[in-house]
Design a protein around this ligand. Structure first.
Ligand code: NAD
Ligand code: UGA
Length: 439
């Protein structure tokens, strides 16, 4: 099939590359010339395992073209995917400026009398796809366009996105016509997964409801971690015991410093805004957001309790600044917020991250920061080490060997990555979340 992707970011680039890998003929468009130039040279604008090799291969095989040429992109795709960003605006609602810019361009440039499916993969509030249709028609200036709209939300996770795109738990296709559904089914039919046909509104809401539910699981276990600390239980054991119940499931029950990233915070807030606009007070969701906001402050209380609120003269090693493992993405990273609180109180920071150092330099600058290429360097004469991202690489560090490099053997583990017993047996003062028997 001939496919056009508009917006070559995390979702657009990965989806485009995977579709080309499935044998389709893909054009990926972006307005960012620098991004497109880099992709053409085989330099990826994001870190995602396996992406560089894949994009280099499909470009060489002639099935993937990156471009800024809207006319070319509009002529090309029988399926046209909108994958631009939908960040939060000041009120917390989704900012749809980029989506409607794209719809306007589609209206102006779509060829006449050639059937197209215009698919929104970006996460957008209910009703947006219909507004996209109106915007396209408004800008078509009377030309005879032949198209259907479709909502096909994306469920991939950063860090495992290529695997996720090939092994998705479900494909949701919201359309107004069977013709559009059949075209979309043709694209995904080879996957061994459920293809769910829904209305456009349901498809739009499935995406928000899914992210909000996952965020609810995280906030729930984070609240349980607070109870654990107060009653002497261990949240890892509690989560394991809960997760063994099939109806609950063990995934997304890792307590920590709270969820971050470019999606959960904005999508949960946007769903809350939608419900408020529709005169429904979604109190559970407000609780999820509040619990997430509080969680990093509970973690910081452990720091204030030990050192007081003035951290002048302290040097802290920090392992991790990405919002999660497997990515260089630092958007809405809770790790960055914690680093800023430590630095704001006067501490100097030595930071290491397997993929996110460049983005962290951009976000945190140089004042009070030392960026370490080697994990071991964050231990050098530090007063404590903080683990703020769940990279498995950090679990594999030889903490016994590192102990002699530290000024004091203290660890604050914001991701419950390490085994408290092992660390305390090595003589560490070990702080983590919801495991009260270990401080
Ligand atoms: P991103 O910021 O990485 O990429 C968006 C791209 O769109 C950028 O490269 C930008 O230059 C481009 N763009 C902006 N305006 C444009 C225009 N008018 N024409 C062409 N290109 C334009 O964003 P992302 O993380 O890929 O997210 C995209 C959407 O997918 C969002 O709605 C997000 O919520 C959703 N989503 C993201 C993920 C994820 O893991 N990142 C997963 C599922 C869904
Ligand atoms: C999330 C969803 O998992 C994807 O299905 C969805 O497509 C995507 O958002 C999106 O809509 O963009 P992602 O943001 O890449 O994917 O990362 P997650 O693995 O979901 O992690 C999000 C945050 O929650 C991270 O900060 C992570 O550290 C935190 N988290 C996750 C926990 O604190 N505990 C957990 O048990 C799981």
């Amino acid at each position: 099939m001939k496919i056009t992707i508009i917006g070559t970011g995390y979702v657009g680039l990965v989806s485009g590359a995977v579709f080309a890998d499935w044998g389709h003929d893909v054009v990926c468009l972006d307005v960012n010339q620098d991004k497109i130039d880099k992709i053409k040279e085989g330099i990826m604008p994001i870190y995602e395992e396996g992406l560089e090799e894949l994009v280099k291969r499909i470009q060489k095989e002639g099935r993937f073209v990156a471009t800024t040429d809207y006319e070319l992109a509009m002529k090309h795709g029988e399926l046209i995917f909108i994958c631009v960003g939908t960040p939060s605006n000041q009120s917390g609602a989704a900012d749809l400026t980029y989506v409607f810019d794209v719809a306007k361009n589609i209206g102006e440039l779509l060829p006449e009398n050639q059937y197209r499916v215009i698919i929104t993969k970006s996460t957008v509030p209910v009703g947006t796809n219909h507004k996209v249709k109106e915007t396209i028609l408004k800008n078509s200036e009377g030309r005879k366009l032949d198209f259907d709209i479709c909502s096909n939300p994306e469920f991939l996770r950063e860090g495992t996105s290529i695997f996720d795109a090939n092994n998705t738990d479900r494909v949701v296709i919201g359309t107004e016509t069977d013709k559009a559904f059949e075209k979309m089914k043709e694209l995904y039919n080879h996957l061994e997964t459920t293809i769910l046909q829904t209305s456009i509104q349901s498809a739009e809401l499935i995406k928000y409801a899914s992210n909000a539910f996952l965020a609810t699981k995280i906030s729930f276990i984070n609240e349980i971690s607070q109870i654990c600390e107060r009653v002497g239980a261990d949240v890892k054991e509690v989560a394991q015991g809960m997760g063994l119940d099939n109806r609950i499931g063990g995934k997304f029950l890792n307590a920590g410093i709270g969820y971050g990233g470019s999606c959960f915070p904005k999508d949960v807030e946007a769903l809350y805004r939608t419900s408020s606009e529709k005169m429904y007070d979604f109190r559970l969701l407000r609780g999820v957001i509040d619990a997430n906001e509080r969680q990093k402050h509970y973690f910081m209380e452990k720091v204030w309790n030990k050192y007081g609120s003035n951290l002048d003269g302290y040097v802290f090693g920090v392992l991790g600044s990405a919002f999660k493992n497997g990515t260089d993405d630092t958007r809405k990273s809770v790790a960055l917020e914690v680093i800023k609180m430590l630095r704001g109180a006067g501490a100097k920071i030595k930071l290491a991250d397997p993929a996110a150092l460049e983005n962290s330099k951009r976000d945190l600058g140089t004042i009070g920061m030392e960026y370490c290429e080697e994990f071991n360097d964050v231990f050098d004469k530090s007063d404590a080490v903080f683990i703020l991202t769940e990279w498995s690489e950090f679990a594999n560090i030889n903490y016994e060997k590192m102990a002699s490099k530290l000024k004091s053997k203290v660890i604050f583990d914001g991701k419950n990555l390490l085994n408290p017993k092992v660390l305390t047996d090595l003589g560490y003062e070990y702080h983590s979340i919801g495991r009260s028997s270990y401080l």
